[in-house]
Design a protein around this ligand. Structure first.
Ligand code: NDP
Length: 401
């Protein structure tokens, strides 16, 4: 029998939904490139329902209890007196989502002697101290590709929203106004702009593909080049350094994982090298950008806008400066947890658990850390180390409703 502790975000304030806006989800069998969507032996949920909040339980309770495992679900994850920290002490498996991350710091790992498996229901396992997990022989796995396309759609939406000044224009309507000049004094067309992605992995490449029909000039920076034929098809220019790319871009979208090599990449010095009035859209991880440098650049006009859905820590303190900085289009961390994405990463979590309990190998592309080292997708995309420092600040957040 295993004890599984699953940390999920709270239900909607109006309660767990009884009905939904739509009756189902489009059926998708494969991701671009051919990887199959998760293939668990069974599913105990209807795709399209809310699975990522505590009452949704990722659709796992029946499966786990039928096999005599114990499931504890909580949203209380921060601080030494949290339910998570209490339940962790004899947990075998932890499941967490990047949207509401249960930070697995070295200190917490040390308090969990039985912990053997940490699953990220989604993509991005930087909330786990990967060095400490490697040292302790804990396997870390995530559901690679499950929400990459979801995020690419969100990033394109945010680029358009910032450049066209959508959010302030919408707010004028809600306030009862018809202030056309106020709206358009900061509104441009994306057509003809130079748009660059930091990393052209699953998300970065999907953004490039989606932006091509907008007749923009495409750029990318990545450690590895895309195949030549693909560069030609997208008419995308590779830059050998990040500096080289940001100097020519009107819009930069960030799509690299957070690990020691990418932490604080967008600091004051790099932002100063960008074109005046450039936009940054960051749906990857907040710590890739320097918090205060972003605020200063928006205030000075060096950046015309910043949007994204990723913060550090999560949830951010109520007085986090990104809530109130000018010209931002921030949302809570939602791009990878649409109902469509939830169905895929809940199925992927179940697939990983089925493999684990039956002693079958977890798909290589789902592995981040295994057998004491970076493995699978983790060996490609991460560097060893820890980026959870400062996560204890998440306990400063106070619910306002
Ligand atoms: P992929 O693994 O497909 O792509 C990551 C890319 O980043 C790879 O091409 C990798 O290069 C590149 N990369 C890694 N380190 C560097 C570096 N130092 N410099 C330049 N490029 C680098 O992942 P996805 O595209 O699916 O996801 C990317 C990230 O987006 C996730 O790790 C996560 O943090 C974030 N994300 C956010 C979500 C949200 O809801 N907001 C949801 C899903 C993901 P290489 O070819 O060398 O491996």
């Amino acid at each position: 029998m295993a004890k599984v502790v699953c940390v999920l975000y709270d239900d909607p304030i109006s309660g767990y939904p009884a009905t939904y806006a739509r009756d189902g989800l489009p059926k998708i069998d494969r991701y671009p490139g051919g990887q199959t969507v998760p293939t668990p032996q069974e599913l105990d949920f209807q795709p399209g329902v809310l699975l990522g909040s505590i009452s949704g339980e990722l659709g796992l309770r029946k499966f786990l209890e039928t096999h005599d495992h114990r499931l504890v679900v909580t949203s209380d994850k921060d601080g030494p007196h949290s339910v998570f920290e209490r339940e962790l002490t004899d947990a075998d498996i932890v499941i967490s989502q990047p949207f509401w991350p249960a930070y697995l710091t070295a200190e917490r790992i040390a308090k969990a002697p039985k912990l053997k498996l940490a699953i990220t229901a989604g993509i991005g396992s930087d909330h786990v101290d990967l060095q400490a997990a490697s040292d302790r022989g804990i396997t870390v796995a995530e559901v690679t590709y499950s929400n990459s396309i979801s995020v690419s759609e969100h990033a394109v939406m945010m680029i358009l929203a910032l450049v066209r000044n959508y959010i302030p224009s919408y707010q004028w309507i809600v306030k009862g106004g018809w202030n056309i000049a106020d709206c358009v004094a900061r509104s441009y067309d994306v057509e003809g702009m130079h748009v660059g992605t930091v990393a052209a992995g699953r998300i970065g490449l999907a953004i490039l593909r989606r932006l091509k029909p907008f007749d923009v000039h495409l750029h990318y920076f990545d450690r590895q080049r895309l195949p030549e034929a693909l560069e030609k098809e997208l008419n995308v220019v590779w830059h050998p350094t990040l500096e080289d790319m940001v100097k020519v871009c009107d819009v930069v979208t960030i799509n690299a994982p957070l690990h020691p090599q990418t932490e604080n990449l967008f600091n004051q010095a790099l932002i100063a090298k960008m074109k005046r009035g450039a936009y940054i859209v960051n749906t990857a991880r907040a710590k890739i950008c320097n918090r205060d440098a972003i605020v200063q650049a928006l205030e000075s006009g060096q950046l015309a806008g910043y949007a994204g859905d990723v913060w550090f820590p999560q949830p951010p303190p109520n007085d986090h400066p990104w809530r109130t900085m000018p010209h931002h289009g921030m949302t809570p961390h939602i791009s990878g947890t649409s109902l469509s994405a939830q169905a895929r990463y809940a199925a992927g979590t179940r697939e990983i658990l089925e493999c684990w309990f039956e002693g079958r190998p977890i798909r290589d592309e789902y592995l981040i850390v295994d057998k004491g080292r970076l493995a699978g997708a983790g060996a490609h995309s991460y560097s060893a180390g820890n980026v959870t420092g400062g996560s204890e600040e998440a306990s400063k957040f106070k619910k306002t409703t």
